[in-house]
Structures are given as structure tokens and as C-alpha cells.
Design a protein around this ligand. Structure first.
Ligand code: PGA
Length: 452
């Protein structure tokens, strides 16, 4: 066996058929100095093996254990069930060679055994070999990465989570879109707040905070039109992007009270927010006007931040996915494939925005982001969809930022009230980035479930 300390905490479980072997292995491991957590069963009462396999595999996925053993009649059902949990690799083992290769080639965290196939002494031999073997990395790393990639494709979980090996992780990082996962976008719209003086002061303080301790994120602020020029002047040369909160699609014309893309561009702004919920509700913004604005922004070299989100009524009728899919499709109508990576999307359900907003469940948010990416993927292909940053907005605070950061489809945050004071915006950014950077160590997918 390996140094006892290395795998000192092992989960073990069985169905009624595996009881005897499981108890034998548990006692053997305890004797070898391991801390064993026995997930049962503890008697011969018949039990459906997926129940035990599920609890053990989920504990592995969350990082509570990095090794586990499951026993049933053949070992097959346990392996199949455990492998349904994202990030988990379970191998059914009947012989010493497979026990060794399951670790060395496949980086399996779970070994399953068949009590009707292996006897007591072989079971002990197999567990000793399996625990003594380590993942070899090297040529096996990209293969395990591809397992994770498959998982990601079908289960839509950032499978970086399931990789315990550094080489595998980097091979996987290369196959996933590292940009979306590794550099989140975090921004705030000040809505109709802040005079020019206040805006300049805020921008200055934010730049200082960012320079004092650089962040692995793209940070942006959206001041009101009146402060756009002066904020851009202050942020010139700084790692802080500035954008407008709306624009007209036309270059000029008889549109009283409107601001054109040329005017925004001249101010030095790089981004433009389009289709915010408040504009849709209060000022009659429609999906088709958002689409005209998106195309115009792209033509003028402005990065559109397209806001989508359902109302509380639409949510109550369970049509959020359909509504948001429709908003995304129309917003992107006639936008060329090559322009898609230049677009940002913010999912902001109306019921979560503002003082009266209700905090969104991060798992719901993740599912909506997934749906948005599917819509883009259907139209432009999955690899293009993977390049789009989809941000979440609506009652984001420094307290809930970490929970959103744990969601693999959340590529950043778009914050209102909680970011109108520099210090708390910086807190939100730092919390999000710190949580993201810790995730590979504590599985991303594990957190996904943990938050639910
Ligand atoms: P809130 O606003 O964070 O104040 O809820 C979010 C938004 O409208 O973008």
C-alpha cells in the first residue's frame, strides 16, 4: 500500500451482495492505518446498488475522498452508477493488472469489486495494488482529459473538476476554452447614478485598487452618458474597460435624446450595454431594436453586452428558457459567426434585479446560462458558443459572488447596487476570482452540487 497518509481517508460501500467483502476490506484498511468511512450497507437487507454508488461517488466528486471502493455482486452495476456522477472515474476490477492500470492509466478514484467473482484474499490483494498505484500522467493525461471532455459535452459540467493530476488538468485546460473559464468579466452599470465628479472619483479609486493588486479578470464600468468622456480620460492606459448603458443604432438623425455609436466611440468607450431589463420594461426596448443595436455596435467596433432575462410572470409560467432563448436568437439575428466571440451576454432575470429583487439560485442561473450557450451553439457551433462570456446579474453581492463563481457556465458578473461603492465592487471581484482559482483543488462540479 502507498504511504498510509496519502490515501488515509477512504470511502467504502456495498449492496447486500457485497456486505461480506466490504466488511473484510474495511477492517483490512483500518488495520493498515487508513481512516475508513463506511457508507453501508450494514446488513443483508436488499438495497438497490445505485443508492450506495451515488452517495459514495458524490462524496468523491466533492473532494471529501480521493479514493473509494464499492462492492456488489459483479462490480459492474456499482461502476456504471458511480460513473454517472460527473468528474468520477470508477473501474470494475477483477485482476491485479487491471487494479494497477485503473490508477496508472485511467486515474480512477473508485474501484468496484464483484463479491461473486473475487474471493477474500484476491479482494485484499486488489485493494492493496490499487492504493499503491499512482496515475502516471504523460501519454495518459490527454486521454483522461478527453474522458472529461466527453463528460463535459454531454453533462455540461466543467470537468476540470474531475482531474486530480496536474498534467491532465493542463491538457484539459487546453481542450476547453481557457479564456472563458480563466478570465472572467466583471462589471457594473451605475444606471442613473453618479455625477461626473463622483464618477471620476470612483474610476480613480478603482484603478488604484486594481493596480495595487492585479486581478485575473476583465473589469468594466458603465457610467451614465454624461460621465463617459471624463471616465474614459481617467482610465486611458489602465486595465479597466468603460462602456455606455445604451445607444441608438443610427449614426445620426432626428432621434431626440438618443446617443449614437459614433458619439460613444469618440468618447473612448469600448463596450455598450444593450437591452437591459429596465430599458425593456420602462422604455419599450424590443428584441428587434436590440438586434439593430447589436449589429450597429459591432459595425462600429463596440463590444455589445446583451442583457436577457425573463420577468417574474414568465418565470411563474415556467417559460424562462423559451423567453431567454428567443431574446438571444433575435439579438444575434444576422450577426456573422466571426463576430460572436466579440459579444458578451448578461443573463439578468427581471425578478432578481434591484431593491425588490429576489436572489437567484446559482443552480438555476447555471442552467439558464447553459441554455443560452446551447442556443448560440445550435446557430454557430459549440466551439464558437464556448468563446462567449455569459455573465450573471441581479442582486449580486460580495456574499453570494462565490456561489455564482462555482457555476461552470457563469463567466463573470454584472453588478448593480452592490458595486456602486468601489470597495464592495473590489470585494465582489476578488471573491469571484479567488473562488475560481480554488476550484480545481475543490472540484468545480462538486461545488455545483454543493450549492444546490
Ligand atoms: P442589481 O442590478 O445588482 O442592483 O440587482 C443588476 C442590474 O440591473 O444589472
Amino acid at each position: 500500500m502507498n504511504e498510509a497518509g496519502q490515501h488515509s481517508k477512504i470511502a467504502i460501500g456495498c449492496d447486500h451482495n457485497g456486505l461480506e467483502i466490504k466488511n473484510l476490506l474495511r477492517d483490512h484498511l483500518i488495520e493498515r492505518g487508513c481512516e475508513v468511512v463506511d457508507f453501508g450497507v450494514h446488513d443483508n437487507e436488499p438495497v438497490d446498488y445505485p443508492e450506495i454508488a451515488g452517495s459514495v461517488a458524490e462524496a468523491v466528486q466533492k473532494g471529501t475522498f480521493n479514493r473509494a471502493v464499492l462492492v456488489c455482486g459483479t462490480g459492474a452495476g456499482m461502476a456504471i452508477a458511480a460513473n454517472k456522477v460527473p468528474g468520477v472515474r470508477a473501474v470494475c476490477v477483477h485482476d491485479p493488472y487491471t487494479a494497477e492500470r485503473a490508477r496508472a492509466s485511467n486515474d480512477a478514484q473508485i474501484m468496484t469489486l464483484g463479491s461473486q467473482i473475487v474471493g477474500s484474499s484476491l479482494a485484499i490483494q486488489l485493494i492493496d495494488i490499487w492504493l499503491a498505484s499512482e496515475f502516471q500522467g504523460g501519454r495518459s493525461a490527454p486521454k483522461v482529459a478527453k474522458i472529461c471532455e466527453l463528460e463535459r459535452k454531454y453533462w455540461n459540467v466543467a470537468s476540470v473538476s474531475g482531474c486530480t493530476d496536474r498534467e491532465t488538468k493542463s491538457a484539459l485546460a487546453a481542450t476547453l476554452q481557457p479564456e472563458r473559464l480563466l478570465t472572467p468579466w466583471l462589471g457594473t452599470s451605475w444606471k442613473m447614478n453618479k455625477t461626473r465628479t463622483e464618477a471620476r472619483e470612483y474610476a480613480q479609486l478603482l484603478i488604484e485598487a486594481m493596480e495595487a493588486s492585479p486581478l485575473p479578470a476583465t473589469v468594466f464600468i458603465l457610467p451614465p452618458f454624461t460621465a463617459l468622456d471624463s471616465v474614459c480620460e481617467i482610465t486611458r492606459g489602465a486595465a479597466l474597460k468603460v462602456g455606455a448603458q445604451n445607444m441608438h443604432w443610427a449614426d445620426d438623425g432626428p432621434y431626440t435624446g438618443e446617443v449614437s455609436p459614433l458619439m460613444i466611440k469618440e468618447s473612448g468607450a469600448e463596450l455598450v450595454e444593450l437591452g437591459h431589463f429596465e430599458r425593456r420594461q420602462e422604455f419599450g426596448e424590443t428584441d428587434s431594436s436590440v438586434n439593430r443595436k447589436v449589429r450597429s455596435a459591432l459595425e462600429h467596433g463596440l463590444r455589445p453586452l446583451i442583457c436577457v432575462g425573463e420577468t417574474d410572470v414568465q418565470q411563474a409560467y415556467s417559460v424562462a428558457e423559451e423567453v431567454v432563448a428567443c431574446q438571444v436568437k433575435i439579438a444575434l439575428h444576422d450577426v456573422g459567426t466571426d463576430r460572436i466571440p466579440d459579444i458578451l451576454i448578461a443573463y439578468e432575470p427581471g425578478w432578481a434585479i434591484g431593491e425588490k429583487g429576489t436572489e437567484a439560485n446559482p443552480v438555476h442561473v447555471n442552467a439558464m446560462h447553459l441554455r443560452i450557450r446551447e442556443v448560440i451553439g445550435y446557430q454557430y457551433g459549440q466551439s464558437i458558443a464556448e468563446k462567449v462570456h455569459i455573465l450573471y446579474g441581479g442582486s449580486v453581492t460580495s456574499t453570494n459572488a462565490a456561489a455564482f463563481a462555482c457555476q461552470p457556465e457563469v463567466d463573470g458578473l454584472f453588478v448593480g447596487r452592490a458595486a456602486w461603492e468601489v470597495g464592495s465592487f473590489v470585494d465582489i471581484i476578488r471573491t469571484f476570482c479567488a473562488t475560481r482559482s480554488e476550484l480545481p483543488a475543490s472540484p468545480l462540479a462538486g461545488n455545483l452540487i454543493g450549492v444546490a
